[in-house]
Design a protein around this ligand. Structure first.
Ligand SMILES: *Cc1c(COP(=O)(O)O)cnc(C)c1O
Length: 373
């Protein structure tokens, strides 16, 4: 049976093509394609204003931004992190010669369980790398207190949390450094791209050095760096998309509300939580299926929805410590909540161009699949 419709799990936002072309016109005058060009500078300024943040440094992607953040803080030994994320988070730790120490997550919002962090701190611990997963803010106050008590640095992987606020303060106000990803699949994008947000003195210079081979002048290389520069075409896309981000998030809010009301009465289906004081960006819509209560498991729901043209993702499955490249060292990590969540979660389609009929279709078919038990 051919499905009537087809829904990807996400759909990259694109601005009107003419606007992008117009934004790139200047490049043909200056022949300045990359290396801190005028659009790059303009995009940095625009982000500071839009987000109300003190400092931002742009990168060609979020992963290298995270990599540079770790390098710039000169971390050593062990880093306490979440097993429940995208590969990038742990890879950035390991690629820097550091050991990840996996801390379990909370069942309601899937962020790192702050109550377990202290039991994992050792004399070798230098930092906490936590993730605002799906845009759910970590327990930032508690984590700040733990870090202070033990003299640890805090980095947030805020790849999912662009533009969010907690009590009207930018979410990036917490932690020493926060990383945003502007990948095409994220709520806000610059095709590929990323940024570090921070306030600490001296970091801007370190970041600018590290992302450009450590070069400080035509005849001086001060540091061992890499190439992680955002180019002018990325900056142009970012600048144009910034004009539309508020609308995109508002459209996603409608989808979110449609899903919340449509799916709330299905037994065994856990929906996203919304905490007071947080302005969310609706970057993902994860649902967690309890097979006992639902009478159907995640794999069955995944396949059945696929047959209706609704593409979902097992995001995040497998769990990072269970990857082929990590299993041997970290497969025994005691993270039961994360492991159970990974075996039960699905993210369902979430993007601004889904209209009311699309949401009805998706809700109705999830109901049909789950109430067939
Ligand atoms: C997307 C993502 C990254 C990496 O960002 P890129 O811009 O794709 O390099 C890192 N962490 C998380 C949680 C992500 O979702």
């Amino acid at each position: 049976m051919k499905p009537e419709k087809k829904y990807p799990v996400t759909r990259s936002f694109l601005p009107p093509q003419e606007e992008f072309i117009l934004a790139t016109k200047a490049i043909w005058n200056t022949h300045w394609l990359t290396n801190q060009g005028p659009l790059h500078q303009e995009f940095e300024q625009a982000l500071k204003t839009h987000l109300g943040i003190p400092e931002v440094t742009l990168f060609n992607n979020g992963h290298l931004a995270l990599d540079v953040a770790i390098k710039a803080l000169n971390l050593t030994g062990e880093v306490i992190t979440t097993p429940y994320s995208f590969a990038s988070t742990t890879h950035a730790i390991v690629m820097n010669g550091l050991a990840p120490v996996f801390c379990d997550i909370k069942p309601d919002d899937h962020t790192i369980n702050e109550e377990l962090i202290e039991s994992l701190i050792s004399p070798r611990t230098s930092a906490i790398l936590a993730v605002h997963v799906y845009g759910n803010p970590c327990a930032v106050q508690a984590i700040e207190a733990i870090a202070k008590r033990h003299g640890l640095m805090v980095i947030y992987d805020a790849a999912h949390a662009f533009g969010e606020t907690i009590d009207d303060r930018p979410i990036t106000d917490w932690g020493d450094i926060s990383m945003y990803s502007f990948h095409a699949t994220k709520v806000f994008h610059s095709i590929e791209g990323g940024a570090l947000v921070y306030a600490m003195n001296g970091l801007r210079r370190r970041f600018d050095l590290l992302k450009n081979f450590g070069i400080t002048g035509p005849e001086t290389v001060e540091d061992v760096g890499l190439n992680a520069k955002m180019n002018e075409f990325q900056a142009a896309m970012g600048l144009v998309n910034l004009r539309y981000i508020a609308d995109e998030i508002a459209e996603r809010q409608k989808v979110f509300e449609h899903y919340q009301s449509g799916l709330s009465t299905i037994p065994g289906l856990q929906l996203p939580v919304r905490k007071p004081g947080v302005r969310y960006n609706n970057s993902y819509y994860p649902v967690v299926i309890d097979p006992e209560l639902a009478g159907i498991n995640r794999e069955e729901v995944f396949t059945a929805l696929e047959n209706y043209g609704i593409h979902t993702r097992k995001y995040f499955y497998p769990l990072i410590p269970d990857y082929d490249c990590y299993r041997q060292n970290y497969g025994s990590a005691h993270v039961p909540v994360a492991r159970q969540t990974a075996s039960r979660v699905l993210t369902i389609p979430m993007y601004g161009s889904l209209d009311g009929n699309d949401c009805d279709y998706i809700v109705e078919h999830i109901r049909r699949v789950m109430e067939r038990r």
